[in-house]
Design a protein around this ligand. Structure first.
Ligand code: GDP
Length: 193
């Protein structure tokens, strides 16, 4: 995919702010600091459109990026950051529920995990939450460059098993550092757009 145009359209906190032009949409979710912004930036060939977070858990908005005037990437605020208050967590939950439940143009969700580690309880909760809304999920196992080549298959298998992925789900090895998996990611995303 050649990205000629990528721009942030809105940082939304509620439904009435979501773009209304009915373009198809792919959401991206993941634990704070997992590498979500790096994934988006790698895919669209930008250094810093999606801001890489210096303060995990800070961005509590749904960021809509319009790509090639054709579809949206929606950057979902990160989860699993310990220092977030109960009130903040509840606010986050409400915002997620409103979005995933009502967004008709949402085609699939990319859930980013760190291939070095077993998916956390938060990751699994997020996966189950998405499945509850019958959304197709693409698990992106990022930071692949940090795992030695002879250990990668083992790590990927653990990711797949811990999530208990279904036949309708995808698991994609990826590295924002080397660009591995980038073409495959676009190939998959295109199926949903
Ligand atoms: P976010 O909070 O999920 O948006 O995470 P960021 O994209 O800001 O990434 C968090 C940190 O992980 C940053 O220091 C990135 O440079 C680093 N990072 C992200 N993806 C990769 C990757 O594929 N490989 C390596 N080696 N580092 C990565």
């Amino acid at each position: 995919m050649k990205v000629n145009n990528a721009e942030i359209v809105i940082s939304a906190v509620s439904q009435k702010q979501y773009p209304g032009d009915r373009l198809p949409e792919i959401a991206l979710a993941g634990r704070s600091n997992v590498g979500k912004s790096s994934f988006i930036n790698k895919l669209i060939n930008r250094k810093n459109l999606a801001r890489t977070s210096s303060k995990p858990g800070k961005t509590q908005t749904l960021n809509f990026y319009k790509i090639n005037e054709a579809f949206y990437f929606v950057d979902v605020p990160g989860y699993g950051y310990a220092k977030v208050s109960k009130k903040e967590r509840e606010k986050w939950g409400g915002m997620m529920e409103e979005y995933f439940q009502t967004r008709e143009t949402l085609k699939a969700v990319v859930l980013i995990t760190d291939v070095r580690h077993e998916p956390t309880r938060d990751d699994i909760q997020m996966y189950d939450f998405l499945k509850h809304f019958d959304l197709p999920v693409i698990i992106v196992a990022t930071k692949l460059d940090k795992v030695p080549k002879n250990k990668r298959a083992q790590h990927l298998k653990r990711t797949k098993n811990t999530f208990e992925l279904g036949p309708e789900d995808y698991l994609l090895p990826f590295s924002s550092e080397t660009g591995e998996g980038k073409e495959e990611a676009w190939g998959l995303l295109k199926q949903f757009l």
